[in-house]
Design a protein. Structure first.
Length: 75
C-alpha cells in the first residue's frame, strides 16, 4: 500500500508542474496585447483569465499539500 501512495504523490508533483505552466500561460495571456482571444468558440477576456488563474492557484495548493505534506493523514 505504501508504494501506491508514493506513486500518487509523484503524479501530484507532476500535475503541480503542469498547473504551474498553465498559470504562467494565463499570466502571459493576461499581460499580452492579444487579449481578448477567441479559441474554439470561447472568448478569453481578462475576467475569465483571472478566474482561470485563481482556480489554478487553488488547485496548485491542493496538489502541493498532497504531494509534500499528506503524511499527517496516514493511519
Amino acid at each position: 500500500m505504501k508504494n501506491h501512495k508514493h506513486t500518487l504523490k509523484e503524479i501530484a508533483k507532476f500535475a503541480a508542474g503542469l498547473i504551474t505552466a498553465d498559470f504562467l500561460a494565463g499570466l502571459v495571456l493576461l499581460n499580452s496585447s492579444i487579449a481578448p482571444l477567441s479559441f474554439w468558440g470561447i472568448t478569453f477576456t481578462a475576467p475569465i483569465v483571472e478566474a482561470w488563474m485563481a482556480f489554478d492557484i487553488v488547485l496548485l495548493a491542493v496538489l502541493v499539500h498532497y504531494a509534500w505534506h499528506a503524511d499527517v493523514h496516514t493511519p
